[in-house]
Design a protein around this ligand. Sequence first.
Ligand code: F6P
Length: 336
Amino acid sequence: MKIGILSSGGDCPGINATIRGVGKTAIMHYGMEVIGIHSGFKGLMEKDFQVLDEPSLSGILNLGGTILGTSREKPFRKMLAKGDPEKPQVIKQNYEELGLDCLVCIGGNGTQKTANLLSKMGLNVVGVPKTIDNDVWGTDITFGFDTAVNIATEAIDRLHSTASSHKRVMVVEVMGHHAGWIALYAGMAGGADVILLPEIPYDMDRVCEAIQDRSRRGKPCSIVAVAEGIETPVKSRPSDYVSEIIESTTGLETRNTVLGYTQRGGNPSPFDRNLATRLGGYATELIAKKQFGRMVCVKGDKISSMPLEDVAGKLKLVTPDHELIKQGKRMGILFG
Ligand code: F6P
């Protein structure tokens, strides 16, 4: 068999470990041919690819980013909006001309949606979920998330000591447009006092009162973890808005830090390396068994798979009854 691998959407730590997991299993265990397609679906439209042999897959396990490059190309956008099928047709033609038996699509929600549409057009596709946001439906966890939580937690740890020295309130903004997984996990692991998630409405009066109450109880510094996707009444960065209101209402000196792309860059954690390797190996197993149109996923401590059409168009959000939220509330942490 001949398979193609591509990474699409925002990058995240662990993509190279997946490419290695898929590629080495395909070549060494199943005797397949493997090509790596550059820059996501854009590369498939332009036939921009490289042959992946065993030596080219060495030394990438711990590497951040993606050796194949990525793009946010959404080939079905025009077709869905205006009925223009040009890009999907070019992809189908190139898939056939390259002699592919399967396309492995490593990506987040948008990528899995595209993978499902390609599958419906008759291409053999297997999806591998990835994103630091951990919001892909159908899988308990995505690789990249653990690394991002480690980075954000370390940042919050560092903010604690400077907050304490200066008796300041520190607002830290983490990634997560729709889902607050990073804010929840890093906020809890970093001992934040207030955690604001896109999924839970918040009230700035309550936030300020909680910080003032801490101050009255002899705790002059506080940490507020904010997801970048929380709604604000004004058009500004969430952490700008939150810190301005806190300072003007409480009179306590407040600073904010936006972690941004540091959460997505750099080497994957050991957990993410192993998760990506397992998912990559399982994806190749599905191909060998000709089980196409599926996305590999994590259920408990097991790797399995589910139909792409069950995943497409859905988001996995934090629910207010999440165990960490319930426990946080019991310890006086404010979630809005
Ligand atoms: O990878 C997911 C994510 O990191 C989001 O949390 C973030 O808002 C978004 O990607 C930004 O990525 P880009 O600027 O590459 O579109």
